[in-house]
Design a protein around this ligand. Structure first.
Ligand SMILES: Cc1cc2nc3c(=O)[nH]c(=O)nc-3n(C[C@H](O)[C@H](O)[C@H](O)COP(=O)(O)O)c2cc1C
Length: 341
């Protein structure tokens, strides 16, 4: 085992002994420190076999880091330097808000899962955009960067919030994701209903045309939609001309869990989500007949699981909870595994 691998494993064991939110904060700090010292692994893993063009963007590899990992764009360059083929920052809402009281992040170690009820803690779009401007001014980014569009808890018109954030980040990110599926913001998931979704996407697409023409606009959906609701989502997305679908966000289901924290409120992610999120992805692929690029997310922690998402119809894959158990190197390791076939 190399020194770097041994150090990474020791660091991971240390992080897992900390309270989960504190562990995440320290992981971001460590990532940035390593990057500042010039010790990052050296950029996104890539090869002719791994590289792909989706929309108008070039991805060094198809394995990205999902929304929620770097909500406030604190470690964009350092994260991309550690191997993934893209990163989705956010969710970001217009105004700063603290989110729910702690504790609000739980490891379900026996189940290899995570429950979170952050409730959209965000530094707000001005602070995050200024940070990203500084990152971009320092050096070009080596892979596409997406932004998860969020809404303030107390805002009556959630779509107006998406539009405001999209406008502020125009030119700063490569693609946008409308998040209508977080279970931790009251009434947000109501936007997944047929009429509400059509209206939300129409307004978001109009804003994209006006403020960030050419930037792909995706929608991220919940795994808890039934067959009829999924079919409505697919139809609305195709009719509105949305550029892609991210499937899926966290689940409210608690089926088959063994861990002590299984009954905490919030969204469940990680291994317990893999089967359902892959099923939803496959169903969307069938419904959209390859007309829309799909991003497969939910429970990916191995090369085989990434392959299963691609086989179910994903053009790109994302992960977050897998990093909690496998370390940030996991995204690059999975990409290397895909390259080997
Ligand atoms: C702590 C945490 C925070 C998250 N925050 C967001 C968010 O702000 N916006 C969003 O769309 N998804 C968010 N997610 C969902 C992830 O992006 C992803 O869809 C979900 O966790 C399933 O993937 P995984 O099993 O690989 O974690 C969050 C997930 C976790 C665990």
């Amino acid at each position: 085992m190399s020194f770097a691998v041994a150090a990474e494993r020791a660091g991971l064991a240390l992080l897992r002994s900390l309270e989960p939110e504190e562990a995440h904060r320290r992981a971001i700090q460590a990532l940035n420190l390593r990057h500042a010292m010039g010790l990052s692994p050296g950029g996104p893993v890539t090869s002719p076999r791994l590289a792909r063009r989706v929309w108008n963007l070039d991805f060094p590899n198809p394995v990205g880091v999902a929304a929620g990992f770097d909500k406030n764009a604190e470690a964009v360059a350092a994260t991309l330097a550690s191997g993934p083929g893209f990163l989705e920052i956010g969710g970001v809402a217009p105004r700063p808000q603290p989110g729910n009281p702690r504790p609000r992040l739980f490891r379900l170690t026996e189940d290899r899962g995570v429950i979170n009820r952050f409730g959209f803690n965000t530094e707000g779009m001005e602070v995050v955009a200024a940070r990203l401007e500084a990152t971009r001014a320092a050096a070009p980014l080596p892979a596409p960067l997406g932004l998860n569009l969020g809404a303030n808890k107390d805002s009556e018109d959630k779509v107006a919030d998406y539009v405001a954030v999209l406008g502020r980040f125009a030119g700063l990110v490569d693609f946008f994701v409308v998040n209508v599926s977080s279970p931790n913001t009251e009434r947000l998931r109501d936007l997944q209903g047929r009429e509400a979704l059509a209206a939300a996407l129409a307004r978001s697409l109009e804003a994209r045309e006006a403020k960030a023409p050419g930037a792909p606009l995706l929608v991220k959906i919940a795994p808890d939609l039934d067959a009829g609701e999924l079919s409505d989502v697919a139809e609305v997305c195709l009719a509105q001309g949305i550029d892609g679908i991210v499937a899926t966000n966290t689940t409210l289901s608690r089926e088959g869990l063994r861990s002590a924290h299984a009954h905490e409120a919030g969204g469940l992610s990680g291994q317990p989500l893999f089967a359902r999120s892959t099923e939803v992805l496959g169903e969307l692929s069938r419904l959209t007949q390859g007309a829309l690029p799909l991003v497969g997310v939910g429970g990916v922690a191995s090369v085989e699981q990434a392959q299963a998402k691609l086989a179910a119809g994903a053009s790109l894959v994302q992960l977050y909870s897998g990093l909690v158990y496998g370390g940030l190197a996991l995204a690059g390791e999975i990409a290397r595994g895909l390259d080997r076939g």
